[in-house]
Write a protein that binds this ligand. Structure first.
Ligand code: LLP
Length: 385
């Protein structure tokens, strides 16, 4: 059992639940990503939706990565935290006029456009401001990401991106507009993708679309392949817990770029999930008829992934070295789905033990809610405890 990575003594005086971020591990992960793309025309935009904690964003911005945003407020947050406007991309099927204006006013790098009506609105708003909006067409490639259906985005039945059917019309509109500059094509097929062959399929489609657009006269300085690289939730202590090397090598091999063409990525989870843990305390141990419940003070309001996607997070009792016992680890929320894990082995727990729910740095804190009038979890950082 590895408990060494947590400053358990320091945790004793902190009110639970809270998110704990291992800043050294974050830096190590960012170093790995930076090294993997060095000397290539590869550009990584961190997907802010995965974790928008200012402290985390500032660390990522300091590495020179760009930001992939999905709301006007994410654009503003990214700017506040030091991301360069020239490296901000803005996706989303429902960008409002207000949000598009935020992007235009701040001269962001690129809008990833997801529908023909959106194209028209961007042209109108850009022309009102006398500006030119750079855009990439987000194409729905109909590639199966082989992941949970709630986080699959690149199939025809999903709401995201333009259909191939709409592409000629999109190009015709762009040709007629004078405030839109087409700079690329964009894809994102889903999240927590561990079967990398899905990315091979994406490369094949990307090349096909590039050819087709080229034959219609479109010059594309960049291709953006989105994010989605999955992590190994089972073994949080393995480093790196995402296979960055194979991931980037795959794109190098299967998506040969035209001269000077840049390849853009939008990684979220793999960059921040490993460094975050949700730290909670055992409130009660309750003997059920066939089960033993470990009731903790964190709930689905603090980390919704298990309740929403039946997601697995490795859990450790970092306050005990007793024999292993089987528990269902549950929260206090009035929902039967408020369960972090079922039938898992943990060191025998007593009231007050500290429990760590691992690999929670992505889509954890940022998805927390006030349901049941609960407070939002606070965050603490390894370098400033
Ligand atoms: N780019 C776009 C356009 C996206 O929609 C997403 C994630 C990303 C990039 C980043 O993907 P990543 O590298 O993090 O897989 N709440 C869910 C995940 C939702 C992902 C939404 N889009 C979860 O907890 O698993």
């Amino acid at each position: 059992m590895i408990k060494g990575q947590f400053p358990v003594e320091k945790f004793q005086s902190i009110e639970t639940p809270f998110y704990y971020y291992d800043i050294e591990l974050l830096h190590k992960t960012l170093d790995t990503v930076k090294t993997a793309v060095k000397d290539k025309n590869f550009h990584v935009h961190y997907a802010v939706k995965a974790n928008a904690n200012p402290r985390i964003l500032k660390a990522i911005a300091a590495y020179g990565f760009g930001a992939d945003c999905v709301s006007g407020n994410e654009v503003l947050r990214a700017l506040e935290c030091g991301f360069d406007a020239s490296k901000i991309v803005f996706a989303g099927v429902g960008k409002t006029d207000k949000e598009i204006r935020i992007g235009l006013d701040n001269d962001i790098f690129c809008f990833n456009v997801e529908s023909l009506p959106e194209l028209e609105v961007i042209e109108t708003l850009a022309s009102e401001k006398g500006k030119t909006a750079r855009i990439a067409l987000r194409i729905n490639p109909n590639v199966d990401a082989h992941t949970h259906r709630y986080i699959t985005t690149g199939l025809q039945e999903n709401k995201f991106g333009l259909n191939e059917r709409d592409l000629p019309k999109a190009l015709e509109m762009i040709g007629a507009y004078s405030h839109i500059e087409l700079i690329g094509i964009h894809f994102h097929i889903g999240s927590q993708i561990t079967d990398l062959s899905s990315f091979e399929d994406l490369c094949v489609k990307a090349i096909e679309f590039r050819q087709r657009l080229k034959s219609w006269g479109a010059v594309l300085p960049l291709i953006n392949v989105g994010g989605g690289l999955g992590i190994n939730y089972q073994h949080p202590n393995h480093y790196p817990i995402a296979d960055f090397e194979s991931y980037f090598r795959l794109f190098e091999k299967y998506l040969t770029m035209d001269d000077g063409q840049a390849l853009h990525f939008e990684l979220g989870r793999s960059m921040v999930a490993p460094c975050g843990s949700l730290i909670t305390r055992a409130t009660y141990i309750k003997e059920g008829i066939n089960k033993k419940f470990l009731i903790v003070d964190a709930g689905m309001t603090d980390l919704i992934r298990p309740a929403l996607y039946k997601a697995f997070h490795h859990i450790e009792n970092i306050g005990s070295d007793q024999e292993y016992t089987t528990y269902d680890v549950v929260g206090p929320i009035c929902e039967s789905s408020d369960v972090f894990a079922q039938d898992i082995s943990l060191n025998e727990a007593k009231r007050g033990d500290l429990i760590a729910i691992r690999s929670a740095g992505a889509y954890g804190e940022v998805m927390a809610s006030h349901y049941n009038c609960r407070e939002l979890p606070k965050s603490y950082f390894s370098d400033s405890l």
